[in-house]
Design a protein around this ligand. Sequence first.
Ligand code: SF4
Length: 350
Amino acid sequence: MTYSDPYFIERLMMEFPFLQQMREYIGSFGIRLEDFAEPGMERLVEKAVSRVEQALVHGVRASYGTGAKPSEEEILSYPLSIALVAMLEDSYATRRFATVEAERYSRLFEKIDPGNVRDVLYFVAREVLRMDVKLSNPPYEFRIHFTDYLRYSVKLNEPRFKLVNRIMDRGYVPLRRPEMLTIIKNALEEYIEERLRSIGRIPTPDFLKPHVERLRNALETRRWRETEQARSKIPLESWPPCMQALRQRLLAGEHVSHFGNFTLAAYLINIGWETEQILQLYAQRGDFDERIARYQIEHIAGKRGGGTRYTTPSCRTIQTHGLCIEEGRLCGGIKNPLQYRRKPGGKEKR
Ligand code: SF4
């Protein structure tokens, strides 16, 4: 199957409503904004509002990307979701919606038949995102021009993504499939955000005012929660040395044992981090699987299973796993990393 195959285009259209072909398909229905006020359109409106609300409040949910094809209802309500985000006139909402949509699409890419993923990624990179990209041979199936690579890898913290650590072949950077997926996810985020900004201001019609109000309230709740959390969060320099080391290894793409991952996640939950923030930290890893990571974090936080919230393992347990730093010399005899406090001058105390 190649991207000139009409069936290939149709399948892509159904799953990725931002494609030009999909916009034309939706356009062929001749739907205007005021048509959503007609009797019988309530379900489409609710779909569109829920999609935005879900993105603003919850981010990418575990239920996303189940492999089920979107219904026609979902497809036709998509342009209204975009219009609703524009009506909010809020740059935080724009950014968040773009991030969540990009994450959702990247999960859909993972669901595509492995035999076709290479063609799909190539199509989206070249035809939608206008990247200078070439197909190559495994394990480096893609070669992307270094200017595109730099543009979309700049936000990635893992050292392996830094250009100095990459091979460069006549101006092109060879990439493995998961690396290409990460680059495409970043590019999609930028693409969707630009599209939303380019729409500009849309006056809210009367029939949508209560819905836009509902979304504004959801946005305010989200913002308030984030501010509260930022206030209560312990700054990185005040984390115990073992937790700083685990975070460092995670960001460096080094192997972290199951116990190490559990310990860091339990620590973050207990100092007040939310699932979404912990996911963002773990998302820096190349082998990140959002569905599994979310399940594990929610399990530790007591939101799944028996509802038990796990505390951070004791220093003694962490020591037996070889993850304590300098045998606790820096920590003043504490029993649990949650007891660690660092004085403003830099000295640790209990
Ligand atoms: S003493 Fe406890 S808090 Fe300090 S590094 Fe060791 S395990 Fe971590």
